[in-house]
Design a protein around this ligand. Structure first.
Ligand SMILES: Nc1ncnc2c1ncn2[C@@H]1O[C@H](COP(=O)(O)OP(=O)(O)OP(=O)(O)O)[C@@H](O)[C@H]1O
Ligand SMILES: [Mg+2]
Length: 136
């Protein structure tokens, strides 16, 4: 059994995160080593504990591939997306034969549509640590 790390003095921040509206974007900033990653990890656990589906990523690891890991995490939900989106998404993931993969600037729209479709069934929290490394 693994124990969750102890997070000291962040009850107010976690309460704020729990009270966020169901849809939106939150950026956590702070000095190096101030506890951003620790807070994000706790927030991810908190979101999962409240029944949300949590998808995590790390900017430094996935920068070159983003948003492939996010779309991969949602591959079972592609069927719920409109065909105009699920088709190119499957091609992008290499899961279906087809024409050329969608243009880069279309990928974000595709991913956003897939996320929205999946979130209708269960709210999704996407946590990306060090997202500043992502270029997309
Ligand atoms: N509130 C806290 N309670 C207990 N330990 C903490 C807390 N905040 C941070 N730490 C610990 O301090 C160390 C640094 O925290 P963390 O890695 O989260 O900082 P960071 O802001 O993400 O750093 P960086 O800017 O390098 O990404 C880690 O070992 C973490 O577990
Ligand atoms: Mg960090």
């Amino acid at each position: 059994m693994t124990m969750d790390p102890i997070l000291l003095g962040r009850d107010a921040e976690l309460a704020r995160l729990a009270a966020l509206p169901p849809s939106g974007l939150l950026v956590v900033t702070g000095d190096r080593g101030c506890g951003k990653s620790a807070l994000l990890s706790a927030a991810a656990r908190q979101a999962a504990g409240s029944g949300r589906r949590v998808i995590t990523g790390h900017g430094a690891e996935t920068a070159a591939l983003w948003p492939l890991p996010l779309l991969l995490a949602l591959r079972d939900d592609l069927a719920a997306a409109p065909p105009a989106v699920s088709g190119p998404a499957m091609t992008f993931l290499g899961l279906a034969p087809g024409g050329p993969p969608p243009a880069h600037d279309r990928i974000n729209t595709i991913v956003g549509t897939v996320v929205a479709a999946a979130a209708r069934h269960r709210p999704i929290t996407i946590v990306v640590d060090d997202a500043c490394h992502l270029s997309a």
